[in-house]
Structure formats: C-alpha cells, structure tokens
Design a binder for this molecule. Structure first.
Ligand SMILES: Nc1ncnc2c1ncn2[C@@H]1O[C@H](COP(=O)(O)OP(=O)(O)O)[C@@H](O)[C@H]1O
Ligand SMILES: [Mg+2]
Length: 413
C-alpha cells in the first residue's frame, strides 16, 4: 500500500514567498502542498476545510496575524501541526507562537532539507499522538483524562568529576531539545546541590527548590514534587538546586531515589545535572539511571578525569550505561584523536564543537541555544544526539543513528 503523503498548507501574505516554499518542497515525494493562504482568516478557513497535516505559518501578516491564526487553528483543528516560519530577531513573537500552540519554528532563509525534515517530524509526532488518543479513548470507558504520551521513562544523568566541562550546558540544552523538538514530557533535576546553576542558565525564578521539597513534613508525593517544579517556555519542567549550599544538608540519597523514581513514572525523560564529584547522591542517581553521559573536553586534565571516572563506573558495574560526550572540540589543538580513543577504549557518542559566541551569549541571556541558535553546529549536534534517545522510545520513528567513525564525527564539526 502506498504511504499517505503529508499534506501541507502554506500561509504567507507574500505570494513570492509562498512560491519559494512550494518550490523547496516540490521534489519531496512524501509531502504535498494542498493549499495556500495570504492571511490568518483565510488560513483558518482553509485548515477547517482541507484539514492538512501541517501548516507553514508566517508571523507578520495583515489582519489576523500568524500568532492569532495559530491559536485559532490549534483550538479548532488540534490535529493539524503548525510550524512557524520567522525571520531573525523575533524571539518574543516566537515565544508567543509556541505558547499559542505551534509545534516548531524555522528561521528564514530555509533550506529544503531543514523544511522537509521538520514537516516530517512534527507531522509524525502529531499523528502518533492522535492515534494514541483514539486508542486510549476507544479502550477506556471511564472519563479518566487520557495520558497522551506513552512514557519512554528514561533517566539520563550527566556527569564528570571535573567542573567546567559543559555538564550544565549539555543538561539544559538536551532537556530543552527533548521537550521542545521531540515533544516529550521532560523533567530537568539539578543535583548540583552545592551550587547548581540550571535556573540561572534557563533564566527561571524558582518556585521552590529540592531542599524545600524534602523539608515538607507530609512526605514526598508526585503532586508535591510537581508543585515545586518551575516551567520553562519549551515545556520542560525544572526541579532547581538549593539556593544556598548549606540548605543541601537536609537532602539524602534516599530522597534522590524517591524523587527520581516518582518522576520516572510520570515523565518520558528525566535529565539530571550533577556535582563534579562522586558522592552518594550522584551515585544513587547513576544507579537508577538508564544513561550516564560522561562529559569531557580534549585537554589532559579532563581526559585523566574521564579515564578515572570510567574505571570507577566499571568497578561499580555501571559502565554499560555510559555514553561519552566530548565537548568544546576543535580540530587544531588537544590530544590526538586515536590516542584518545585508545586511552578511553570507546569513541564518544557525540562531539560538541567549541563555540564560545553561541554558548556564552545563550548563557548570558538565559536562553538555551538549541532554541535561539537553532542552526549552529553545536545546536544541531545536540538535536541529532537527542534523537538517539528515542531508540528506546518504542513509538519513535525506527531510525537507527548513523554510525560515524570518531574521525568522521570530528571532521564534520
Ligand atoms: N561547546 C562549548 N563551546 C564554548 N564554551 C563552552 C562550551 N560548552 C561549555 N562552554 C562554557 O564552559 C563553561 C562551563 O560550562 P558548564 O556547562 O557550566 O560546565 P559544568 O557544568 O561542567 O561545570 C561555561 O562558561 C560555558 O559557557
Ligand atoms: Mg554545572
């Protein structure tokens, strides 16, 4: 049977732009443009009539603009996925558009690949969500609220016994990516209890911290944990570290296990940032984790640390869960690649390039670069890395990660 094509409606007030977009999709055999609209009202009418899988929506249009149209479509035809097409420098509009129900956004100029890949991805996640909802409602007679996502239930601990290698940078951006791009329910837990900076990196005002949570007298319940979690615009929820180091004294490893286990029952992914040393809290988290991302950089000190970390994890029978993340990689300095691979006995699962400009400006503004610098190599590396975790997700597309050699990975930076 021939696979159904993904139907697309193109919305832009400029006819030439609509033509450009149609041209970009012309050779995609599985995507078909079924209509176009020049403003928000017409878009809404067309969506109600054509019920396309995906709408490509411009923001600035006369009359009903792209944000109002997104909201109207999201409310009346929720199975249609909306992708916003924006120009550089519209972060405020983008936030509003995502809040209005858009599934993703792309920044002009568009490449054909980027456009078609995004259409496939959002339409896939929208369709599987819709079919799950139908399955749930046809088997359930009770008026229980349907849980739309079947959890993949994965705890990902990000660790290194060395500070400054990019653990928090990776934790925040990977978590945001899983939440926003892969539309998963994601919790980010800051277990850097003596000095966690996840809230700062994501520009959040904590409602409470993990220390406040464990001090609650009636015991820890899921609804209580949730009430302490700060929401991020990407959909991610954050359980922040204590605001002052001494507040961490009340937290035990039993608390950590209790909190993470409870979160695991309700979230698809739990990403855990950690302290730069082994302690019973970090170890407890690693014991119940599904993945341990050992992060390191290409200097001698960091490599020494990661080699020792690997030995320790091996002794603790935790090394099967380890994926190596090489951060701040450049071609022109550092230990030779083959020496590195020989020394660590395994190749990194991902290599993140050195990109001070992107990382620093994103940290200073409190905006994760996977959102604001979508097209940079570092953001793309994290995005494609995030897809590797969907392998464990039984409902994700059956895409095997392309296995690249270590050298090929480095040279594709
Ligand atoms: N790929 C990168 N390129 C450039 N700078 C980076 C990169 N990754 C992290 N940094 C910078 O390195 C510093 C340490 O990063 P951070 O995530 O706080 O590390 P950790 O949590 O391991 O202590 C930060 O100033 C961050 O901006
Ligand atoms: Mg950190």
């Amino acid at each position: 049977m021939e696979k159904e094509k993904t139907s697309v409606l193109v919305v832009d007030d400029i006819a030439n732009t609509r033509e450009d977009i149609k041209r970009l999709l012309y050779f995609e055999e599985d995507i078909i443009v079924v209509g176009e609209a020049g403003d928000g009202e017409e878009a809404l009418r067309q969506v109600q009539e054509l019920k396309p899988d995906v709408v490509l929506m411009d923001i600035n249009m006369p009359g009903m603009d792209g944000i109002m149209a997104t909201e109207a479509i999201f409310n009346s035809v929720p199975d249609t996925a909306i992708i916003i097409i924006s120009i550089q420098g519209e972060p405020e509009y983008l936030k509003k558009a995502m809040a209005a129900g858009a599934r993703d956004y792309l920044v002009k100029p568009l490449s054909s690949n980027e456009l078609s890949e995004t259409i496939r991805r959002v339409s896939y996640s929208c369709k599987t969500r819709a079919s799950r909802l139908t399955a749930v409602s046809s088997t359930e007679t009770k008026a229980e609220p349907a849980e739309p996502e079947l959890p993949a239930n994965r705890i990902i601990v990000i660790f290194s016994s060395k500070g400054g290698v990019g653990k928090t940078t990776l934790s925040c951006n990977l978590a945001v990516c899983l939440a926003q791009e892969r539309r998963k329910k994601v919790a980010l837990v800051d277990l850097n209890l003596q000095g966690g900076d996840v809230s700062v990196m994501l520009n959040l005002l904590p409602k409470g911290t993990i220390a406040d949570l464990v001090k609650e007298e009636d015991g820890i319940e899921y609804s209580l944990i949730n009430s302490f979690m700060a929401p991020h615009m990407s959909g991610l929820k954050i359980l922040p570290a204590p605001l002052r180091p001494e507040e961490a004294d009340v937290i035990t490893s039993a608390h950590i296990v209790e909190i993470l286990t409870m979160l695991k029952n309700h979230y698809d992914f739990i990403v855990v940032d950690t302290t730069p040393f082994f302690n019973d809290m970090t170890l407890s988290a690693m014991e119940i984790a599904d993945d341990i991302l050992l992060t390191f950089t290409r200097d001698l000190a960091a490599i020494k640390h990661v080699a020792t970390d690997l030995e320790i994890l091996e002794t603790l029978a935790l090394s099967d869960k380890v994926k190596l993340v090489l951060n701040r990689a450049t071609l022109d300095y550092g230990i030779k690649i083959n020496e590195l691979e020989k020394r660590l006995n395994q190749a990194p699962a991902v290599i993140l390039p050195y990109d001070e400009k992107t990382v620093l400006s994103s940290v200073n503004k409190g905006h994760p670069f996977v959102l604001t610098h979508h097209n940079t190599r570092i953001a793309q590396s994290i995005r494609s890395f995030s897809r590797e975790f969907s392998i464990a997700d039984k409902d994700g597309p059956a895409e095997a990660p392309v296995k690249k050699s270590f050298v090929a990975k480095l040279f594709s930076l």
